[in-house]
Ligand binder design. Structure first.
Ligand SMILES: Cc1cc2nc3c(=O)[nH]c(=O)nc-3n(C[C@H](O)[C@H](O)[C@H](O)COP(=O)(O)O)c2cc1C
Length: 341
């Protein structure tokens, strides 16, 4: 049996397989109010019908100014919770678990009407605005925003929450000396993350796991490398993170060459350094590669991003290619050879 299609359990989270839909911003909240709409419902439900074990909603922001663009998803009021609850029910009915990635864009807020904030008044690049350096009280209020966002996600019926501490967004900005030059308590690169983890956990049921997406390295001598990240991950694990989703980069401008499985070594380093389960991500859409990452114990879960934009039924396609039975719902079984149904 393909290991990729074995069930996975972490605390109260029970997944039918190890395939996760990676969180992906769709920039499609046309009403600009943060409320997920029919496009998002269809988009997320399609990947659940396609067989993924866990659907992670795109970066969903705890504050209006914490969006990258005004078309991003939000979780700062009750309307967001209602929209999320509707999608949670659809995804659950299709047999997948459902989670949301909660976040704040910090200095990467781009729409003109949004005000970028950050640990220090250092822009991401010369094409970005200089962010407002948050006061200590303002940082504390954002911790509360994360707590309230997590509470709304829980009330909406999610099975898991992921904190977005990667790709140069606010949680990551605090972790990096390239963006955090503070002299108060939040100058400690793990302090904001730790406070946010404790706040989120305070409103989550004890059995619900908390994932954290981290950038395993900043790909630059100006930022942290994987050893430093592992040391920070230990602090986050002690504060309550149950699984690390390991990506890379995003806090310093510059391109990195991507190749199949290019970020898996960072996931392995975090797993070895913390003992926590990990999710690998990044060019893992080749079915045999995704299977080998799990079968060789290099990661517990694999997240598929662009591969699922191309093929919403990626999980089903992978299952059939790896000799498994279909993951499609009963209504579609006539499309599948008899011995694979
Ligand atoms: C359109 C698009 C939007 C994305 N938005 C997010 C996001 O909201 N949160 C996040 O953590 N990563 C985001 N990513 C990164 C993906 O989740 C994933 O980590 C990355 O694409 C690498 O995986 P892949 O090679 O399977 O696509 C986005 C990627 C794409 C292509």
């Amino acid at each position: 049996m393909a290991k990729l299609f074995e069930p996975y359990r972490l605390k109260s989270l029970a997944l039918r397989n190890r395939v996760v839909m990676s969180p992906m911003c769709m920039y499609s909240v046309w009403a600009e109010d943060g409320v997920l709409n029919d496009f998002h419902a269809t988009h997320l439900l399609s990947r659940a019908v396609g067989g993924a074990g866990l659907i992670l909603v795109e970066m969903t922001d705890v504050d209006p100014d914490g969006r990258i663009t005004v078309r991003d998803s939000g979780i700062w009021d009750g309307r967001h919770q209602e929209a999320l609850a509707r999608i949670a029910a659809l995804v659950h009915a299709a047999g997948a678990a459902f989670g949301v990635q909660i976040a704040h864009a910090g200095r990467k807020a781009q729409s003109e009407s949004l005000s970028p904030v950050a640990p220090s008044a250092i822009p991401f690049s010369d094409r970005y605005r200089v962010p407002h350096a948050l006061s200590t009280d303002e940082v504390r209020r954002l911790v509360d925003r994360f707590r309230d966002g997590a509470a709304r996600a829980v009330a909406a019926g999610v099975d898991v929450i992921e904190l977005h501490a990667a790709h140069g967004y606010l949680l990551h900005q605090f972790m990096s000396r390239a963006s955090n030059r503070r002299e108060d308590v939040y100058g400690d690169p793990t302090r904001f993350g730790r406070d946010v983890i404790l706040a989120a956990k305070s409103v989550m049921p004890p059995g619900m796991p908390l994932f954290m997406r981290v950038s395993g390295t900043e790909h630059s001598a100006l930022g942290y490398g994987v050893d430093e990240l592992v040391r920070m991950a230990r602090v986050f694990q002690a504060a309550g993170v149950d699984l690390f989703d390991v990506s890379s980069g995003g806090n310093l401008p510059g391109d990195v060459s991507e190749f199949p499985g290019y970020q898996v070594p960072y996931a392995e380093a975090v797993a070895h350094g913390t003992g926590a389960p990990v999710m690998a991500v990044g060019r893992l859409e080749d079915y045999a590669l995704a299977e080998s990452v799990v079968a060789e114990g290099r990661a517990n879960l694999v997240a598929i991003g662009r591969g699922m934009l191309l093929d919403p039924y990626w999980a089903n396609s992978a299952a059939l290619a790896l000799g498994e039975h279909t993951l499609l719902p009963e209504q579609y079984h006539r499309a599948i050879p008899l011995d694979r149904r």
